[in-house]
Design a protein around this ligand. Structure first.
Ligand SMILES: N[C@H](CCC[C@H](N)C(=O)O)C(=O)O
Length: 261
């Protein structure tokens, strides 16, 4: 079977995209998806996703982690699939699409490579020692630290992700350094089982945790730097619930190609 693949990246978090509106691709094949995401034996990516039609929305996003297993929400992937939908002329400058965590509104620049994606509201934020634990569409552990640039994120992240608290379900691990005019974030991602260059639901979790840490209330905007570039989080917080949360940043087409699989 010959399949057209598109490669996108959002601040270095990279994904394989497939236009599956004809449902020709049976994506319930973990070994195949994992091989396609392999950076030596396949196209390579932190995840793979399928754009499909669904009633009542412009499209549906079906997302799998690099291990080939179904995943929770991917924020950077959500921004990239909006850019892909515009590239396919499925949408113009705004959209409402369906993802694993529900409906998402997004808007995209005329240039087609900058996307602002609304994330789900967040009401529950727990603590694990000094760390924050919250779900922004995917589960996240947020630890404020120093000298994050020098950290062994793979080893330290993996140790937390597989500890007895989180081993069963897994969780994404974010290390944050407060640089005053921005936050610097590095993330160990579940299902990739390695550090990625950015994690959209991760930086969203970080921005919300930072608001609690700094007792911020009202309309808040948090600029964030990651290994792969810059992302921006905008949201409102009344001290109880986080609403109108937007994850904003680049979403770029890298290449497209065909493979016989
Ligand atoms: N690895 C995550 C899903 C992708 C999250 C990340 N790529 C993002 O941009 O939100 C998980 O299994 O929870």
């Amino acid at each position: 079977m010959n399949v057209s693949f598109f490669k996108y990246q959002g601040a270095g978090n990279d994904f394989i995209m497939v236009d599956n509106r004809d449902l020709a691709f049976n994506h319930h094949q973990p070994a195949l998806l994992a091989r396609l995401c392999d950076r030596r034996f396949g196209v390579g990516g932190d995840g793979i996703m399928f754009l499909e039609y669904t009633e009542g929305f412009d499209f549906k996003m079906v997302y799998y982690n690099a291990d080939g297993q179904p995943s929770s929400m991917c924020g950077n992937g959500g921004r990239c699939i909006v850019a892909f939908a515009k590239y396919l002329n499925v949408i113009n400058s705004e959209t409402n699409f369906l993802a694993v965590d529900g409906a998402h509104y997004a808007k995209i620049s005329d240039s087609g490579d900058w996307v602002s994606l609304q994330m789900i509201d967040v009401e529950t934020v727990n603590k694990d020692g000094e760390a924050y634990v919250l779900n922004t569409g995917s589960p996240h552990y947020v630890k404020f630290d120093l000298a994050v640039a020098d950290k062994n994120v793979f080893e330290e992240g993996r140790a937390i992700r597989y500890n007895e608290t989180y081993n069963a379900e897994g969780i994404n691990i974010n290390f944050v350094e407060d640089k005053e005019d921005h936050l610097f974030v590095r993330t160990y991602e579940r299902g990739v089982e390695d550090e990625t260059y950015a994690c959209g639901t991760g930086v969203t979790a970080v921005a919300l945790a930072h608001a609690i840490e700094k007792n911020q209330i009202g309309k808040i905007e948090t600029p964030i730097k990651v290994l792969g570039g810059e992302l921006n989080i905008k949201f409102e917080y009344d001290g109880k619930i986080f609403t109108n949360i937007f994850l904003e940043g680049p979403a770029k087409l890298v290449f497209e190609g065909d493979i016989d699989i």
